[in-house]
Design a protein around this ligand. Structure first.
Ligand code: FE2
Length: 279
């Protein structure tokens, strides 16, 4: 099988969202507007409560999915349909907003480390107005594969090394892996042909991706075909890499804040529906 190479590298930009939560935007910023079907990737991480305590009070979403992967901390979500849940360290929430929800995502801690990712995944035109759906997955429901010496792979979505992740029924057939590599470890990760894919180093100093080296907090967009070869040299620090892939939609995108549709008219409709309480 051919190996994927890095076609583009991007560093996130510091920004804030919600009621002033500090975060790093890696996808969904001028250097990388989107990576079909992925619309946004935010990394948040701080042990200073002032960076996160204001949280994300009530806000709408329509036309896509938000995937929150909590590494450390506790976040409470509540929506206008009566759903609520607690995201704890190591858990994931795959939320399909579909035709619309209004929700809040608020820290349920006043000190200590809060760290994680939020990824936005686009929905195909035919699925944009689907019923909202939540998959709240507790940490112990996320299986770990140990396919090579010094390698641990948490399989959040998709299949890797004979282990199937708990997220199901997602049209873009996502692969979402949290890969920990000890010094000297190496690994070949097969990915579905034609899927868009990226790797993001979030612990350690760097990780080798094929013939390239990806630094800490650097995202590498991967070429379309084949497997990904990851490695950490024996004299380097252990590293952790987020490896995510999804089938591209190849559809027009009209985007305005928390609304992601196919046409400007649908965006206007989304704003009217939100303002008149039809979410
Ligand atoms: Fe949200």
């Amino acid at each position: 099988m051919a190996s994927r190479t890095i076609t583009r590298r991007v560093r996130g930009i510091p920004t804030s969202d919600g009621a002033g939560v500090k975060l790093t935007r890696v996808i969904g910023q001028p250097m990388l507007d989107s990576l079909d079907p992925f619309l946004l990737l935010d990394e948040f991480g701080s042990d200073s409560a002032t960076d996160y305590i204001a949280g994300f009070p009530d806000h709408p979403h329509r036309g896509f999915e938000t995937v929150t992967y909590m590494l450390d901390g506790r976040m409470r979500h509540r929506d206008n349909h009566g759903n609520s849940g607690l995201l704890e360290s190591g858990s994931v929430q795959w939320m399909t907003a579909g035709r619309g929800i209004v929700h809040s995502e608020m820290p349920e801690q006043e000190h200590g480390l809060m760290r994680g990712f939020q990824l936005w995944v686009n929905l195909a035109a035919k699925d944009k107005m689907t019923d909202p759906r939540y998959q709240d997955i507790a940490p112990e429901k996320i299986p770990t594969a140990e396919p090579a010496s010094g390698v641990k792979v948490r399989v959040v979505a998709g299949e890797a090394f004979g282990v199937r992740g708990p997220v199901d029924g997602i049209a873009i057939e996502p692969v979402y892996l949290d890969i920990a590599l000890e010094p000297g470890a190496q690994l070949t990760v097969p990915l579905p042909e034609g899927h868009s894919a990226f790797a993001y180093v979030f612990e350690g100093d760097a990780a080798h991706v094929g013939a390239d080296v990806l630094g800490l907090r650097e995202l590498g967009v991967l070429s379309k075909g084949g497997a990904v070869e990851l490695a950490v040299p024996v004299d380097a620090k252990a590293a952790r890499v987020l490896l995510v892939a999804g089938r591209p939609l190849n559809e027009s995108v009209a985007r305005y804040g928390p609304f992601v549709m196919n046409t400007p008219e649908q965006i206007v409709q989304a704003m009217q529906d939100y303002q008149s309480g039809r979410f």
